[in-house]
Design a binder for this molecule. Sequence first.
Ligand code: GDP
Length: 368
Amino acid sequence: ALSVGIVGLPNVGKSTLFNALTKAQNAQAANYPFCTIEPNVAIVPVPDPRLTALAELVRPQQVLPATVRFTDIAGLVAGASKGEGLGNKFLAHIRETEVIIHVARAFEDDDVVHVSGSVDPARDIAVIDAELILADAQVLENRLDRMVKQTKGSKDRDLLDKVEAGKRLLDHLMNGQPASSVDGVDTPGMIALFDEIRPLSAKRVIYCANVAEGDLGQPDNPLVAKVRAIAESRGAETVVVCARMEEDLAGLTDEERLEFLASYNLDESGLDSVVRLAYRTLGLLSFFTAGPKEVRAWTIAAGTKAPAAAGQIHSDIERGFIRAEVIGFEDYLKHQTEAKCRAAGVLRQEGKEYVMADADVVHFLFNV
Ligand code: GDP
């Protein structure tokens, strides 16, 4: 599953948002008996109308959407990167995630204490960002010391490139800048370095402005505008949510949800937007397997070839890959069944070099 970490200062609404995710998870728990659930992890289905359409045609016993794994990374506060125990544990959690959802408070409420005494999402975001940058600088400093010793007298071009990249990155971090904006991110030295230290401040971020219920579906309030400006300056996306409302939404049926959202002039919930944007940000797509037992969505990166896609289902299928029988999603909708697709000649035989397309309906053939 795609892995997303929720960060933000205390009291901005992370737990409230996370509770909504947990509700969504529990509504689906019967479908995922194989998932071990940890208290700070929620595994939630990815809404996908194409999967729903496919399931209506095939009418399988079970429909399994792709999932996103959300981790609530509470406890990130000013000074976390210096923390001996706790702070570092949070940072380790972040390292494991592919996308960060950075929640910022964009609601005024005198009853909810702010850790810094006033509501200012720009300041809050800067506090968290500074911690991530500091943590990266610490990791890099340690690593760089060792790398420099290794390079003494070495003519290993790759190693020398990596050390040069390391020095540049450290300067950049020390200037308070995130790793994502360092010059030459695409150079071999920097790529190798990123692979090694996996900088937290290079992770993809989606900013999440948590607004009051009355502000939902309204033009941006000044606090949201601040969040949006920061996101734009980093080429990132912003989602406006009302965490309290997401909790209510999570308990509704699909039909009730749509009605509820329509009353705010919205067509999807904040959490659904987060999932959709996370997919888009990472360039992910889905393919489907469809049979009488189950119709299921799987997640792959754009550009993935058929054998690697098969490996998502089982490593044996990748190892023994023979070919893939592929039906484009539109073709499937048009002809309605696999047999009719075959008869119409739209079921294609694809080999090892086939690059998967979004929403392909696939059957893999393999040797055991
Ligand atoms: P966390 O520390 O970031 O996990 O924050 P919580 O989710 O515990 O929220 C802190 C407080 O803010 C709680 O009392 C929430 O009920 C409240 N809160 C969260 N979201 C909203 C919101 O959208 N509007 C208002 N008025 N209060 C909220």
